[in-house]
Design a protein around this ligand. Structure first.
Ligand SMILES: NC(=O)c1ccc[n+]([C@@H]2O[C@H](COP(=O)([O-])OP(=O)(O)OC[C@H]3O[C@@H](n4cnc5c(N)ncnc54)[C@H](OP(=O)(O)O)[C@@H]3O)[C@@H](O)[C@H]2O)c1
Length: 274
């Protein structure tokens, strides 16, 4: 009997990198995306099922769950997400709400829709993709930080509630080279105009100029990140936390070791907020 894994957000990035890796490792993959045309180039096979799934649309989640009822679903990877950035002072409530609808409510709804299927498979596991920004916060990314802290909190409660039946793995990557940073620019809409004439104008301009460059230099490639996640999918005893990348590892350590005032001053300086 084939073990299946359902992955959200397979159109690009980490989700996309996971699909062939899981298949090569013997998994059947339910690859999902908002727009399944984005998955048309995946090699067809008996080990692949393609389904439309928008995590903010409960009807697509319910039909995806119904379409998986015949599978031995051994794993779920809640990967779909995006980053809403911007200084909190300029943030519109609807932007914060939308960030939570996708990264938090969406992840929660998908989890609950697939839990009954996962429960049928002994040793099943859920990988909740959070971020290193689920454990620490940086300026200009308040909505994203908040959403990923919520993912961490939900996963830790879920583990206490269902962990004896279904393992809950928190995936906490640092910077990964994907479409993520292009999506950031789309999500911030007219933010640069909103910032004009405020104390954030130069801060945002500097952030926009630097962020892609930094990501290219320091980020891990999506395939390496996906391989770490595959190990957790295949592990007999999956880890509770999967901290991926040296930046994620060291930023967490540094925050724990430094006095809070030093840590804050380091971040303010890095973002030109001094
Ligand atoms: N890249 C990083 O540096 C980094 C670091 C830490 C954590 N993460 C997390 O890793 C996960 C994957 O991100 P990525 O880096 O691979 O970025 P990505 O290349 O932008 O991929 C994000 C995926 O999520 C999908 N998505 C967004 N909203 C969705 C919705 N409402 N319903 C279904 N799918 C949706 C996107 O689909 P569309 O193509 O339809 O938009 C895309 O497939 C995210 O949860 C992200 O927060 C990323």
């Amino acid at each position: 009997m084939r073990n299946w894994v359902l992955i959200t957000g397979c159109s690009t990035g980490i989700g996309r990198a996971l699909v062939p890796l899981c298949r090569a490792s013997g998994w059947g993959v339910v690859a999902t995306a908002r727009n399944i045309a984005d998955l048309a180039d995946l090699t067809p096979g008996e080990d692949l099922r393609i389904l439309p799934l928008d995590v903010t649309n409960p009807a697509t989640i319910a039909s995806a769950a119904a379409a998986c009822a015949d599978l031995h679903l051994q794993a779920l990877v809640n990967n779909a997400g995006y980053g809403q950035v911007g200084p909190l002072e300029l943030l519109r409530p609807e932007e914060l709400r939308a960030q939570f609808e996708t990264n938090v409510i969406g992840l929660h709804t998908v989890t609950n829709a697939f839990l009954p299927l996962l429960r049928r498979a002994p040793g099943a596991r859920i990988l909740q993709v959070a971020s290193m920004l689920g454990r620490l916060s940086i300026p200009l990314a308040g909505p994203y930080n908040a959403s990923k802290h919520a993912v961490v909190a939900l996963a830790e409660s879920l583990r206490l509630e269902v962990g004896r039946e279904v393992a809950v793995v928190l995936v906490e990557p640092g910077a990964i080279r994907t479409a993520f940073r292009d999506t950031l620019s789309k999500a911030w809409g007219d933010l640069p105009e909103r910032a004009r004439g405020t104390r954030y104008e130069t801060v945002i301009a500097r952030y926009m100029a630097k962020r892609k460059d930094q990501a290219e230099r320091f980020a891990m490639d999506a395939g390496t990140c996906a391989r770490r996640m595959l190990r957790a999918l295949n592990a007999k005893h999956p880890p509770r936390r999967l901290v991926i990348g040296r930046d994620a590892f060291w930023a967490g350590k540094l925050k724990a070791l430094l006095p809070a005032a030093w840590w804050e001053s380091l971040l303010r300086r890095a973002y030109g907020l001094d």
